[in-house]
Design a binder for this molecule. Structure first.
Ligand SMILES: Cc1cc2nc3c(=O)[nH]c(=O)nc-3n(C[C@H](O)[C@H](O)[C@H](O)COP(=O)(O)O)c2cc1C
Length: 238
């Protein structure tokens, strides 16, 4: 059982493999988190039922997703209440796996319009065969909170083809992953949000553009209007 007041880190694995390359690299980062005193919990998306976003915009009208007969809310609540998320995905066709993308689609509008991921600090982990992995690792870390860092590796070689990270001698990568895990926990303890142009830009959009859209269309956004007022982003109408 988690200790009270201990730092809670979630390992959100978007790979279908529970002990594959992505999970292995994530486990190295999470080991670093543990060394720094955090409590770890894994969410392997493969074990959950998450339906596709229907693009119905109900979340903007009601503040809630229209789909309520799957595991989405359960996972979302665990993510947004955690202190940190180590999110991982292999590169599949130049993007995240469908498992992770399906989850991301479901919270995208709520995140943009209500900023649900205000609390967690994140580390993005990605592995690929030959393709660049940095962009993916960065994107998945940024959508779920305050990015502290990313890590990734290419795991195929022309000579040996597909290789398992567990069989490769990657001492330097392992050390780097541990260090990143410790840095994640240290950042949470310091409670210092890293500067990011993207977060600045989203806040700017909220303050100047989305605010006006919501104000001019109160019926369309009736669900999230009270949240904006509660957060002090909008003044209540007199
Ligand atoms: C369906 C599928 C699509 C993939 N697409 C790419 C790709 O576009 N580029 C790439 O470099 N590797 C690609 N790969 C390779 C994986 O990204 C790579 O082997 C990764 O390390 C697997 O991680 P895992 O063990 O966690 O599943 C793909 C693998 C699969 C199964």
């Amino acid at each position: 059982m988690a200790l009270e007041n201990s730092i809670q880190i979630i390992g959100l694995n978007g790979s279908p493999h529970l002990k594959g390359n992505t999970a292995t690299l994530m486990s190295w980062v999470l080991k670093g988190c543990e060394e720094a005193g955090a409590t770890i919990e894994w969410i392997n998306l493969k074990d959950y039922n998450i339906k596709y976003c229907q693009g119905c915009h109900t979340c903007l009208r009601t503040g809630e997703c229209a789909i309520n007969d799957d595991d989405f809310i359960k996972i979302l609540e665990r993510l947004i209440s955690s202190d940190g998320i180590v999110v991982g995905s292999p590169v599949y066709a130049d993007g995240p796996t469908a498992l992770l993308k399906t989850l991301m689609d479901r919270f995208t509008l709520l995140n943009l319009f209500v900023g649900i991921f205000e609390k967690p600090y994140t580390v993005g982990v990605s592995t690929s065969g030959f393709a660049p992995y940095r962009k993916l690792a960065k994107n998945i870390a940024m959508v779920m909170g305050h990015k502290i860092g990313i890590i990734g590796v290419k795991t195929s070689s022309i000579k040996k083809g597909y290789q398992s990270l567990k069989d490769l001698k990657k001492d330097r990568l392992n050390r780097k992953a541990h260090k990143l895990g410790r840095k994640l926990v240290a950042s949470i303890r310091l409670n210092k949000k890293p500067y990011s142009f993207m977060y600045w830009w989203i806040n700017f959009l909220r303050k100047h553009l989305i605010k006006r859209v919501i104000k001019n269309n109160p019926e369309q956004f009736s669900g999230i209007l009270p949240i904006w007022i509660q957060k002090g982003w909008l003044k209540p109408e007199k």
